[in-house]
Design a binder for this molecule. Structure first.
Ligand SMILES: Nc1ncnc2c1ncn2[C@@H]1O[C@H](COP(=O)(O)OP(=O)(O)O)[C@@H](O)[C@H]1O
Ligand SMILES: [Mg+2]
Length: 292
């Protein structure tokens, strides 16, 4: 489990988490809750919105006047060109710096918000099966990989559906994936496919989250669908948990702020947040105990 350059953290502290799953399954809600709760636990959180719907900021509870100030990275033609040598949409024909230096990306483009969560909006990212060589994608890959993770720094990326659009270059930057499903056949099918891709792309820690659980048996049903989708049993989840259906999610739309106090959903996502960073603590201890 150690020694390769895709190894988690690569000697750094912190973690990069990508949230994947079928549309409507609750990715943005859970990403926003995770970010706010991790920040309240003392982590320095960068929330990356890689869905072209760009609704993570509103879910995080940013005011709309604040969000109006956001420059999506992919639409910042000057920044994209400065960093990659090509303008957005120019494609692989242009001379492209494949490893742009984006050490300043968070400072330049991220917007600080509630609980100190910094929001980085990617804007429209080109979709291409194997991950295209367009400058926006090249920049996204470099951004994810270059965020220096100090102790207690966590990057959480919300996606349109999964990592398949981004390809290996972007996915390699993540060490954990939260695979979200709901207790429906389709939701689980999409989740299983996405989880397999994430694993193939080298994401080592997969967390299965069954959202919108309303009654006893929902979790079991989802796991049964998963067994059918993954008959070979190839998927190896580090954790499996359910999140309850919570009316409060609808009351506060689009912000998750109302779920942060006492709420069944907020409490359950808090336990997921704990798992995501508890793994880090274990790794740190593991690293220390492996020292000669
Ligand atoms: N556990 C839950 N209980 C009730 N409603 C939920 C829950 N999770 C998400 N929702 C609601 O479902 C809708 C879709 O969620 P969203 O996070 O936007 O999904 P996605 O980002 O995957 O498309 C939103 O209206 C959200 O408030
Ligand atoms: Mg969403």
């Amino acid at each position: 489990m150690s020694g390769s350059d895709t190894d988690r953290h690569g000697g750094e502290e912190g973690s990069r988490v990508v949230v994947v799953g079928k549309g409507g399954v609750g990715k943005s809600t859970v990403t926003a809750l995770l970010c706010r709760l991790l920040a309240r636990r003392g982590e320095a959180v960068v929330a990356v919105d890689a869905d072209e719907q760009m609704n993570l900021g509103a879910a995080l509870g940013f005011a709309s006047e604040e969000l109006a100030k956001v420059t999506p990275l992919a639409l910042d033609a000057g920044y994209v060109e400065e960093k990659t040598g090509a303008r957005p949409g120019e494609g692989a024909g242009a001379m492209l710096r494949l490893n742009p230096d984006v050490a300043d990306v968070v400072e330049r483009l991220a917007l600080p918000g509630p609980d100190g969560v910094r929001l980085l909006v990617m804007g429209s990212v080109q979709r291409a099966g194997g991950g295209c060589l367009c400058p926006e994608n090249s920049l996204l890959a470099a951004t994810v990989r270059s965020m220096r993770l100090r102790r207690h720094e966590v990057v959480v990326m919300d996606t349109h559906a999964g990592v398949e659009h981004f390809g290996r270059a972007v996915a390699r930057g993540f060490d954990q994936a939260v695979v979200m499903v709901d207790p429906t056949f389709n939701g689980v099918q999409v989740g299983a496919r996405t989880a397999r891709l994430a694993a193939d792309l080298g994401i080592t820690s997969l967390h299965l989250v069954v959202n919108r659980v309303r009654r006893a048996g929902d979790l079991e049903r989802a796991l049964d669908y998963l067994g059918r989708a993954d008959a070979a049993g190839a998927l190896d989840f580090s954790s499996v948990r359910e999140l309850p259906y919570d009316e409060k999610a609808l009351d506060g739309e689009p912000s998750v702020a109302g779920l942060l106090g006492e709420s069944a959903l907020g409490d359950a996502v808090g336990r997921l947040a704990h798992d995501l960073v508890a793994g880090l603590a274990a790794d740190r201890d593991g690293d220390a105990s492996c020292a000669p």
